[in-house]
Design a binder for this molecule. Sequence first.
Ligand code: 5AD
Ligand code: SF4
Length: 467
Amino acid sequence: MREEIIRISEDEIARQREFAQKVRFHPDRPKTYFIVTYGCQMNAHDSETLAGMLEDMGLTAAAEKTQADIVLHNTCCIRDNAERKALGNVTWLKEIKKDRPELLIGVCGCMIQQAEMANKLLKQYPFIDLAFGTGNLYRLPEYLLEAIENKDRVIRVDREASTVAEGLPVRRENDIKAYITVMYGCNNYCSYCIVPYVRGRERSRLSDDIVREAELLVQSGVKEIMLLGQNVNSYGLDSAEGVSFAKLLRRVSRTGIERLRFMTSHPKDLSDELIDEMACNPVIAPHLHLPVQSGNDRILREMNRRYTREHYLQRVQALRSAMPDIGLTTDLIVAFPGETEQEFQDTLSLVEEVRYDSAYTFIYSPRKGTRAADMPGKIDAAVASERIERLIAAQERITGEILSGMHGQTAQVLVEGTSRRRETQLTGKSGRNINVNFTGDASDIGKIIPIRITGAGSNTLRGEKEE
Ligand code: 5AD
Ligand code: SF4
């Protein structure tokens, strides 16, 4: 897919603001909204932008989906089950619409960006009022106005994928932690992955725009920023600015933010410069999500990952020698087409060798239009679930061992809130991104405080405030 990168002009953003004002004063506009989000952090952050735009148009958040005047589904299509879940929930709303015909049902996000989706929605889902993809999300005011004025469906699936829009309003979910997208899209074309087709080409935001956004967040009291991109290691490679991701991290860390995280890193692009920056910059959290996908070289080649097991392990070693206490997490796929038992065991042995703090494990799901979807050697479903269970069991044991080994250590915990059960029970995240529960009071919320670890559950730690 050769697609041009389009930076949306300030004029176009201003035009959308005008549409937003027209919606705001339209007598027939929806008054309340509800957004259902599927998938990754990028989508969660896109939903914050959707909420910001809807509030700019005068809408307020509804407490329940069934009470809202407009329900937007921000979809994911990375695996078949994500897609089925979204379509199932959209169809369920059809029943609510029978009683409340004024309810607007919207669908947006990655699923919409797939080829043939417009036709499918038009024919099979006549109750969907509004549909648009990730690349034209900034046009929500225009589409909503059109839907209200013409009382007709607005299905805009024009595959405009590679856009960068600055200056959209954002309604953030959390006062303590915030996301900043630093780049959109992906050029890697891993053979199993739909993302490059639905999120478009890699394009980086300008570093000044990112730093300004970080400064505003710091001023508003945010303590932790997570920089987001499908492959943050290639930040800047598409622009003439000459700012690498390591340099961007340094610039953002100087805004006064207390803790900085980022994801996702591709192992083939993890530079020594980035490792050095992580090691010497105390603002950057000692955690790296480094998806390996498989521990077997043939499978890695078939996946088009462009690194070997040996290269990956060397990168892990470089990280650990620079930062002995770094926490590593990963993504793993089992039952890729043609994966043999021996090849799967290479993934198991890699997990044993690296000892991740935790791992997201997935059964391979064929995605139409990707290279792997046409590969022979489909793995039997029973074999796939047996493999994933073995992998999960191994990872759970390792997680348990790592957490128990933290007994007596001190973790720097960013306190996020009270636990659901008791008000004096506080919860937060350590630098390594592990949940820590301890007894404290509401004045601790929003601070990074030292907690001495006294015990471990299956994936959380318990601790006490240090005197
Ligand atoms: N099937 C299973 N897992 C997938 N992922 C991406 N595409 C697929 C697929 N077709 C996983 C990868 C990636 C994570 C976000 O989702 O592990 O790192
Ligand atoms: Fe998908 Fe690979 Fe890009 Fe990650 S790096 S989004 S797995 S194509």
